[in-house]
Design a binder for this molecule. Sequence first.
Ligand code: DC
Length: 212
Amino acid sequence: MVIAIDGPAGAGKSTVARSLAEALEFTYLDSGAMYRCVALTCLEWGADPSSSGEATSTAESIEIGFDEGEVLIDGVPVTDEIRTPEVTEAASQVSVHPGVREAMVAEQRRLIETAPYVAEGRDIGTVVAPDSPLKVFLTASPEARAERRAAETGQDVTEVLAAQEDRDRRDTEREHGALYAADDAVTIDSTGKTADEVVAEIAALARDRGLA
Ligand code: DC
């Protein structure tokens, strides 16, 4: 069983999904980290992230793991390496390829069958787990999202905002796994709200639906 939290970059999904999972004693799945692992491997192997064939065979050649807060590629921790601006850009490029998405979605479905999960991403409620009993579409204004990302990475807000617009476009316009709210998703706008407030709101929904 999975609680799905989808939405654009910087809406607060990671913080919210992680603390919600902790509060409910569910396992947390960061699906974006998986696309980042494919991107990092492409960059390391000299494969072109914008080439469908090269990115797909890279995705099919690696094993992505999660262990006690660490993200692993073939058993090697890459938790910090996958957060650089270069990997962020390449992750956005690899995520448009249907072959990459197919490999990631299959692995995500396998994981969420094993235990109760809170999974965050772009297509959890629409593609990975359309039968999820609680889907949240978490959003925020573009400015608030860029400010959060800039505070995390130390980059300039204007620069983040421009790059974010490009990635938002790729997220919403790609043919496979495009970002949109599922019909039965509850939309929460996190602009001006603390992560704790959003977590409390979703935890209350989970309790109302008998999930926790
Ligand atoms: O959430 P994030 O910034 O870590 O995601 C990294 C990239 O992966 C981002 O460009 C969107 C993409 N992604 C996706 O296409 N589908 C998901 N379920 C999660 C992330």
